[in-house]
Design a protein around this ligand. Structure first.
Ligand SMILES: Cc1cc2nc3c(=O)[nH]c(=O)nc-3n(C[C@H](O)[C@H](O)[C@H](O)COP(=O)(O)OP(=O)(O)OC[C@H]3O[C@@H](n4cnc5c(N)ncnc54)[C@H](O)[C@@H]3O)c2cc1C
Length: 483
């Protein structure tokens, strides 16, 4: 519970309409995109200026009150889930595009600017911002930085971390950090990379300088059908090995194809798996790449190959993929979207294992994913009204994440760890690594007031969960402090 004196002080920092603590005002903020996890916040603040952000942090620090930053709340790992006794600091009103420099090809934006709004504004200069999470119509650039978000085009153009140049961020005690540089390199430790993907645990971002790219002269997509998911998985590696770096390389399995086709009628052939491979660039380069991609797909055993021959057809091919998540939502009352990344070569093996786990848990799975990145999004279908099904879906999801680790991959591709994957962090990392993470956290936030309990598990959690091997009652590395 927050004290009345703290709340009274908070209200002096912001206009009245920027502080919410009536129950009906707080309800919309009780979860992020992972709606299975809910917690009503104690208070929500929506600052309109950077100075207000700094003042809020300073006040919270003085009162030892925790702060959870939130952008648009589209995160899928409960990273922006409210914490008891904390302030939910929503950056959505800081939504100005401050400058676009077409010569430097950069834009300076506030954290609440929507991802897509950057490309819309840059279009006037024939430029765009490349990372394109599927949530780009809604998610904020601050949230993208905090999650190091990816998207269809990240295979060729990189993740958020590769597409930003500078940040302004505020420490837990309200001090300004100016990180990065307008030049290609920056001296000192790479704090820009450290803050990217730090899930609101190290600092609050209030300004992002993003890199912009010229819009490609031409983009073309090839669709390929396969009678076997493993063959489609192998084709992904074959395309890259042939020297083509597609702008996007996406895969859907039978269930996802059926759902998407019934929803948007994209004209997909029915198959065990579909690959969509987009190439972009200058005209001649695209023609050469399309030729190579078709050859590789044929040699990889595709049963049907179609090349979009108009912009309209290209968009229709993509329409099914882009609508696949809501389409799968029509197959069952609920689905649980997982997110793990594996080395591309492991795709056939891992997809086959997910199929086996689906039978073991008695829950269907639709696979729609960024195949080129090896970033899987198994959608586990369940019915939350059936007692025990949510828990079964969560256990199944946990097994998929562990499978990703066994295959040499990671428990998160682009959705962060948040609260959702915190147990599997114990499978991914050993105690010495987790300890270093805690050291980094302590260097920024010794009292652990920023987004407490998220992203990095305390070591006792790993021990209790059983992911840390305890032999004969002896913890490994007993010399390390247990948090
Ligand atoms: C339908 C759908 C599709 C999606 N597709 C993708 C996809 O293709 N790729 C992908 O990467 N993600 C995807 N996501 C997940 C989500 O959209 C991204 O993680 C996005 O970057 C979150 O942005 P947000 O503004 O909503 O952040 P929030 O959900 O509000 O917050 C996410 C995290 O960032 C922190 N945070 C937010 N703003 C700040 C700030 N200014 N300073 C410090 N910390 C901050 C929060 O504390 C939290 O830990 C999808 C989500 C949905 C619902």
């Amino acid at each position: 519970m927050l004290s009345p004196s703290f709340l009274a002080h908070l209200r002096t920092l912001l206009p009245a309409h920027c502080v919410l603590n009536e129950r009906e005002d707080l309800r919309p903020f009780e979860s992020d995109g992972l709606a299975a996890y809910r917690n009503t916040p104690d208070v929500v603040v929506l600052p309109e200026t950077e100075a207000q952000v700094a003042a809020i942090l300073e006040l919270c620090h003085a009162h030892r009150v925790a702060v959870v930053a939130r952008g648009a709340g589209t995160g899928l790992s409960a990273g922006a889930l409210p914490v008891d006794g904390a302030v939910l600091l929503v950056l959505a009103k800081l939504n100005r595009i401050k400058a676009i420099d077409p010569l430097a090809r950069t834009a300076v934006v506030e954290p609440g600017v929507r991802n897509l709004a950057i490309s819309e504004a840059a279009a006037a200069y024939n430029l765009y911002y490349a990372p394109d999470p599927s949530s780009q119509i809604a998610c904020s650039i601050g949230g993208n930085v905090a999650e190091n978000s990816g998207g269809v085009h990240c295979l060729k153009y990189g993740l958020t971390v590769h597409n930003i140049a500078k940040l302004r961020a505020w420490t837990v005690d309200g001090k300004l950090l100016e990180i990065g540089s307008d030049a290609l390199d920056a001296p000192g430790y790479d704090l820009l990379a450290l803050l990217t993907g730090s899930e609101g645990m190290l600092a609050v971002i209030t300004e992002v300088t993003v890199k912009l790219l010229p819009r490609p002269e031409r983009a073309q997509v090839v669709l390929a059908a396969f009678d076997d998911v493993a063959k489609a998985g192998a084709a992904v590696g074959n395309i890259i090995a042939a020297g083509v770096v597609p702008a996007g390389l996406e895969m859907m399995d039978r269930l996802a194809i059926q759902a998407a086709e019934a929803f948007v009628h994209a004209g997909y052939p029915m198959a065990e798996a579909l690959l969509l491979c987009e190439v972009d660039g200058v005209n001649e380069e695209v023609s050469a790449d399309i030729y190579t991609v078709r050859q590789v797909l044929e040699a990889s055993g595709a049963t049907e190959i179609r090349t979009a021959d108009s912009e309209e057809q290209r968009l229709r091919f993509w329409a099914g993929r882009k609508a696949a998540f809501p389409a799968v939502g029509r197959l069952a009352p609920d689905y649980y979207c997982m997110d793990g990344t594996i080395p591309r070569a492991q795709l056939p093996h891992v997809l086959q294992r997910i199929g086996a786990l689906s039978a073991e848990f008695g829950l269907a799975v639709a696979n729609v994913f960024h195949a080129g990145d090896g970033n899987l999004h198994p959608l586990i279908l369940f019915d939350a009204n059936t007692p025990g099904e949510l828990e079964r879906a969560e256990d199944f999801g946990g097994r998929i994440l562990e499978l990703c680790v066994e295959a040499g991959g990671t428990i998160t591709g682009e959705h962060g760890v948040g609260l959702e994957k915190i147990k599997q962090m114990c499978a991914q990392f050993a105690a010495p690594e987790l300890t270093r993470f805690h050291d980094v956290k302590a260097a920024f936030d010794p009292e652990r007031l920023l987004n407490p309990g998220k992203a990095v598990p305390e070591l006792h959690r790993c021990a209790e969960w059983g992911a840390m091997h305890v032999h004969a009652g002896q913890l490994p590395h007993p010399e390390l402090p247990r948090f």
